[in-house]
Write a new protein. Structure first.
Lengths: 425, 314
């Protein structure tokens, strides 16, 4: 079977390319592409049965399968079609770029269309072929019409459906959104849709760095209302994906963005804004604690907690003090660092004393993460917080070090250095 | 502990170079210059760079240069800083950097620095701290670092620092070992490592070591041989490598070898590729595994190559 791959003539390859491009043209709503082994084609064809005329035409083909806007391509033809697409694309691009080939607008358009058709086929087969994405940017930047830009979003979404980590596809989306941001007022709606797209892709492609990075990038385009809305909307998803560090990082990004907004808003409403922000933080901490107790031993949850308590202690305490002195009706919020620390110490203790044997990996992990969290806290507390807290922590650190070395002896040298550092004057 | 099957890996790399007909190889042809860097640097570390035809390689690389001065991943493709660095690095392996018009290549990179100090990868504007590293590393090798605004470049990188001490690809991006390597490497070359909280970052990097001894790239992820490079070189640059368990890491890398056919994979028993073969061997070199040339953690080139660039009389 595999020897067939190399025995397609140039004419056959061009024919296959033409078939592919015709399919893409006839169904602009294709939203998923898959690469199918030839042996699976027989099974799929049986399932078609009575079909529409498009499928009838394709019925003869042993290379393509299409149904409900899902396109299947036989792995057997990938190399010949790729080569044909590449040659067609490069030739079209060369003609498009050659000065003097433009005898008028219609000529320009024809060449552009050729490039768009061939680059699309090429990108479905080799989604990180940057030169093809670039040619589309070149052509589209001459038009800048919203429908054309939306087409680019559609194509990259199609690519991401089977190649969710494609750097070029994500990068192309950002370029398109920047184009849209400059010209159109639909930006807010597009940002919302982008955020939903990432969540959909993240469901199938766990901790996809590029996808989440894209979502973090969107945050700079969001209004304060959108930021708070995103925090609310993404909460459920995060609660169902507690091992996904990226989704919690996204929440941190949103919370920091909200905090940034506050720093620049020093007006009469600031204390209200502030109370709301503090509430958000407190709720996140409580919610995080419930998840920690429910899902034992999840690193991502503890890392999120590091961030939350550190920020609360280091930054918000100072702000609150400043604001509550200024506001007329006193801000009804009271950050008591002492009781906060007591609470955290309690939490850490409850996690480290579960199951002394720690035969269960999860409980062992929980103990390690909570101990490391304790160590983290000791390093984040500024000196001015007071001697009581320092002493509480020092006692905690003693337990913590013993705990860490017992359950994680491989990292002995790390614990030594970290704790040693802490005790330095 | 197992052994490094050096000869098998050399054979594997050379065979990959020749086999260009598989679909996997064909869809990677746009980044062939990166592949050349991975394969050839591995050969050099193993002391077998002479197994390839130097002239062949160099003439092909030069054909990848675009009129803008930048290099593309293969002949006829668009230029990008990713391939420009690989081109310069490969030429450095052969001590042929001087065949380039250094000003022409530098100007391509200089033109990609943005107002905020960041770097775009190419004319289409995508910004990423990886490109900051590439710019600084490449210009440093070409001895043209003074052509960019280094202070601003450093400022941008520092703005990508997160609360956990790590770095992301843009401000606010999640800390990732690969991005951290790029930022720390860039700061190291630019003489600006004082911006790094070494204890904090060192801690984050050490938490990448999992039970099997391998390193992952981010919390909760599986270990992968390529992080043996990115995490390890970062730890070395900030002088915290004594915080991880080196023996276990060596064992993990050796377990990722295909002892029959050569090559190294991302984790034990997976399929091998040139990318992971390079990072596995480079990681072992950093761990001072016997029989390997030492590699510079910032430039990602053998130390003798780096010394030749900066210390030889011309």
């Amino acid at each position: 079977m595999s020897t067939r791959e190399n025995s397609y003539t140039e004419a056959e390859a061009l024919n296959l390319l033409a078939q592919l491009e015709r399919i893409l043209d006839l169904d602009p709503l294709i939203d998923e592409v898959g690469f199918i082994h030839p042996s699976q084609f027989a099974t799929l064809k049986e399932e078609i049965g009575d079909s529409l005329s498009l499928e009838d035409r394709v019925h003869e083909s042993t290379s393509f399968w299409i149904r409900d806007h899902k396109l299947g391509i036989s792995t057997q033809i990938l190399i010949p079609v790729y080569k044909a697409a590449k040659h067609a694309f490069i030739s079209a691009l060369r003609q498009y770029k050659t000065p003097g080939n433009f005898s008028g607008k219609s000529q320009d358009d024809t060449l552009a269309i050729e490039v768009m058709i061939h680059s699309k086929a090429l990108l479905l087969l080799s989604c990180d072929f940057a030169t093809a994405w670039n040619s589309r940017k070149l052509i589209v930047s001459n038009k800048r019409l919203l429908p054309i830009l939306m087409d680019e979003l559609h194509l990259s979404a199609l690519v991401l459906s089977y190649s969710p980590k494609s750097e070029q596809a994500w990068s192309h989306r950002r370029w398109v959104i920047n184009m849209i941001a400059r010209n159109c007022s639909t930006l807010q709606w597009i940002i919302e849709r982008e955020s939903e797209l990432v969540e959909k892709i993240a469901e199938r492609s766990k901790m996809n760095y590029r996808a989440w990075n894209h979502r973090c990038w969107l945050v700079s385009f969001m209004t304060r209302e959108q930021v708070l809305d995103e925090l609310k909307k993404s909460r459920n998803w995060s609660g169902l994906h507690v091992a996904d560090n990226s989704c919690f990082h996204y929440r941190r990004r949103l919370m920091l963005r909200n905090l940034e907004g506050f720093c620049y808003t020093q007006d009469n409403n600031s204390s209200g804004y502030f109370v709301e922000t503090y509430q958000i933080w407190k709720e996140e901490l409580d919610w995080n604690e419930s998840l920690i107790k429910q899902y034992v031993g999840r690193e991502a949850l503890w890392l999120h907690r590091r961030f939350l308590s550190m920020y609360l202690i280091k930054h918000m305490a100072t702000h609150l003090l400043a604001v509550s002195c200024q506001s007329k009706p006193k801000a009804s919020v009271d950050i008591d660092i002492d009781s906060l620390m007591d609470h955290e110490l309690c939490l850490v203790h409850s996690c480290s004393t579960t199951i002394a044997d720690a035969n269960f990996e999860d409980f062992q992990a929980q103990a390690i993460h909570s101990a490391a969290y304790m160590l983290w806290l000791t390093k984040q507390i500024p000196e001015y917080q007071g001697i009581d807290i320092q002493e509480k922590l020092r006692a905690g650190v003693g337990d913590v070090t013993r705990m860490l070395k017992r359950s994680c002896p491989d990292r002995s040298s790390l614990w030594d250095y970290l704790v040693g550092y802490h005790s330095e004057p | 502990m197992g052994e490094l099957a050096a000869d098998k890996h050399v054979k594997y790399i050379i065979s990959v170079e020749k086999k260009k007909d598989s679909f996997e190889s064909v869809v990677m042809e746009h980044l062939r210059l990166n592949g050349a860097y991975w394969g050839l640097t591995t050969l050099d570390i193993l002391g077998k760079l002479d197994a390839v035809d130097e002239e062949d390689v160099i003439s092909w690389i030069l054909k990848c240069q675009d009129e803008s001065g930048g290099f593309a991943g293969n002949i006829g493709h668009d230029p990008h800083v990713l391939y420009t660095l690989s081109a310069v690095q490969v030429l450095a392996l052969f001590d042929k950097v001087d065949i380039l018009d250094a000003d022409k290549v530098s100007n391509y990179i200089v033109g990609l620095q943005n107002e905020d100090g960041s770097f775009s990868g190419d004319i289409w504007g995508e910004v990423d701290t990886r490109f900051s590293y590439i710019a600084i590393c490449c210009l440093s090798i070409l001895q043209r670092l003074d052509k960019i605004n280094v202070d601003k470049a450093v400022e941008y990188i520092v703005s990508c620092k997160n609360l956990d001490g790590g770095f992301g690809c843009t401000p606010g991006g999640e800390s990732h070992s690969g991005q951290i390597f790029c930022c720390v490497g860039a700061l190291a070359i630019a003489g600006a490592l004082h911006h790094v909280d070494k204890d904090l970052l060192g801690w984050w990097l050490c938490e990448r070591q999992v039970k099997s001894g391998g390193l992952n790239g981010r919390p909760e992820k599986l270990p992968d041989v390529c992080y043996s490079w990115w995490v390890l070189s970062s730890l070395i640059m900030i002088d915290r490598v004594h915080w991880i368990n080196k023996d276990k890491l060596v064992k993990f890398i050796l377990d990722c070898q295909d002892m029959e056919n050569g090559g190294i994979s991302d984790r034990p028993d997976d399929a091998v590729d040139v990318f992971h073969t390079y990072f596995g061997v480079a990681g072992l070199s950093l761990l001072e595994y016997p029989g390997l040339k030492p590699i510079d953690p910032a430039y990602a080139l053998p130390v003798d190559v780096v010394n030749r660039i900066f210390f030889s009389k011309k």
